[in-house]
Design a protein around this ligand. Sequence first.
Ligand code: PLP
Length: 456
Amino acid sequence: MHKIDIELVEMTLDVMKYVIGRVSATEHKIGKPRKSEELKAAVGETITEKGVGGEYAFNLWKEHLATANVPVDHPRNLAFVPASPTKAAIMFDLITSASSIHGAYWMEGAGGIFCENEAMKWMVSLTGLPEGAFGVFTSGGTAANLSAIVTAREHWRENPEYQREKGLIITSIGAHSSVKAMAKVADVDIVMVDSEEHLTGDALKEAIATLTAHQRKCLFAVVATGGTTNAGIIDDLESVSKVCEDENLWFHVDAAYGGGALVADSVRHLFNGIEKADSITIDPHKWMFSPYDCGAVIYRNMELAKNAHSQQGSYLEIFKDEGAHGFNPTDYQIQLTRRVRGLPLWFSLATHGTDRYKEAVERGLELAQIAGRLIEAHPNLELVREPSLSCVLYRRIGWQPEDYTHWTYENHEKGFALVTPTKWKNGDTYETCSRFCFINPDTTERDIEMILESMV
Ligand SMILES: *Cc1c(COP(=O)(O)O)cnc(C)c1O
């Protein structure tokens, strides 16, 4: 029998009380960052030889540190790509931590990996990829994009002619910054089609036509975006896929943000062609209501991912032998030891059902349309472009870039809202404008009105 540790029980109750308070509060503070020195002055030394004690440290967290974060689930946090994890997912995130599951190999993580795979089957079904396609959960979209492109490059290099070549990929300037970052890590060159509007097969063909003979030889993949982070624009996946097929190029779709919208009937057709992809990135921690962090990479052909990522090591052999009967997530992405980060998504899907997911995503899309109408009706505001997915770019007539910045800081300072400016490329010039991205289904029309009213 384990001795009952009273301190541990008390700490557990305190933590649970805090968690319940955090997830059930309807209007918590939006929070704002403070300087590291200020935080240090407020909390003092916390890492000491004897420890300061859990209760003391927890109080420091509650009083000084928790409020220096800007929770992404606030209904008026419409900056970057916010998030809104379900309570079910958050609760199971706690269970994921408490269960100490090593999620690399089936041998150790069968129960958790089984659940992840059930959630993954649903995600794959949304893409329309054929039988045999599957995926794994990653730490996020960056890791998913990197895993996909390394798979593509390794496959390309199976041809001895390319073994000593540095590969090249094509994407557009609408692609997420992580595509450039991952190209750097994978040491591949990148050519960007210079338009933020949706990438078409014709534009891709033009870009290929401008390559030198050597560049063309080294071109092995195209990264299209299924919902640009800045403006929610979905590339013309159908025509891009045709060019990829004709040119024998790996077709990757980065739908880290937009992938959640695959579940929404009202916009699903915009993704037509995604079923031709060789690999797809979707971030459940964006529009599938999972807590941080949870991304996913899906492959048409899992064997190619395994060839690229399966780690060999004598001390790993035991896992391979025993685990051969099951699915080993480590074999399909860059990470070995991994949290079963798809587990909270599984529990949330099982709890709510996929219809609720559909409704919640449709609500985000609807909020963007509502915001669009409110902006059109406002005498001082104009849409920069029609809302796309749940992104809305709009201008306050007469404002200079610094006006947007001041307004953002003022609203944030008051703890009222976080809405950040962005830039939109119009021809050769970049216009600074304001941007909404809706994820949280609890954001109300009134929230949007109040934010717009504050743009005086
Ligand atoms: C957010 C995003 C990423 C990066 O994902 P992380 O989870 O932040 O690593 C990649 N691509 C797109 C389109 C994104 O919106």
